[in-house]
Design a protein around this ligand. Sequence first.
Ligand code: SF4
Length: 352
Amino acid sequence: MLPNYMESIRHDWTKQQVEDLFEQPFNDLMFQAQSVHRKKFNPNEVQLSTLLSVKTGACPEDCKYCPQSARYDTGLEVEKLLAVEKVIEEAKLAKDAGATRFCMGAAWRSPKDKDLPYVTKMVQGVKSLGLETCMTLGMLEENQAQALADAGLDYYNHNLDTSPEYYGEVITTRTYSDRINTLGNVRKSGMKVCAGGIVGMGESEADRAGLLMQLANLPQHPESVPINMLVKVDGTPFENAKDLDPFEFIRTIAVARIMMPESHVRLSAGRESMNDELQALAFLAGANSIFYCDSLLTTANPKANQDMALLNRLDIVPEKNKINMDPSDQEETLHKKILSAKTDHLFYNAVN
Ligand code: SF4
């Protein structure tokens, strides 16, 4: 039986309550998270997203984890905004390989007005394939968010990254409230919100609690909550960050699941270095979304066929797309994919 406070959608979490969740015995936490998960979701489904970098590197921001910042010498090859046709071609391949959501990322502080016609065309083109669309382009003004919403963009990703207290150790070129404002503009435009953070950046458990408290206490929970494990990239200030105990990562997922019971919690960056057992534990903790592609913007991700093999071993099936596709067609396509699991060559790596 779950405590009453876990039965409802809440926006009034205190730091102490969140820290108490973290500090429970691991098995108790896992049991609660899985119990909450089962009330809202099919526990044997995960949502599959594919992520494509549509503009790589040369970002003026100073996020200390990010190889795309122009401030760090990471050897990253800079790429201009991809042609709209190229993006649509990649989206078709991703759809054929079983993805239901196509996310497009650009390394910008915020999009310029001259960029918007291109990105809105990308949205329209990808959406016309029957895929859900998501973009991450940096900070958005109200009118920019509205333009993207009008083009049909389903989700906008903008992470809070960490707690307000630790934030200054990670980024100095934009403030926490800049981020909250962007999320407000996205919400106001009618788009769905994708917002999460990164763990393993040297933050404390209290900071992980603080991040989840900020996300859950937004006026509406983000529909998608990516939890990223830091990928330590040579040349970034966090290249030598101390390893986080993997069980702390699992705890973060479990607490996110309990606090935001109706959100998709995404097991995001860092999966490349996780073994199958750890990923299975993340699913048990309530993660129900993954990025399913060879690279995450600029860092490696498990090969698509490894993902399918893992899902197959766990009897987990891809969640159905909610839009524009006949359910029987979709089921057939996805099941075909999960069984054949030979999709490697279909992915284009925008970086290497
Ligand atoms: S995380 Fe985004 S905003 Fe920060 S440096 Fe990287 S691309 Fe730029």
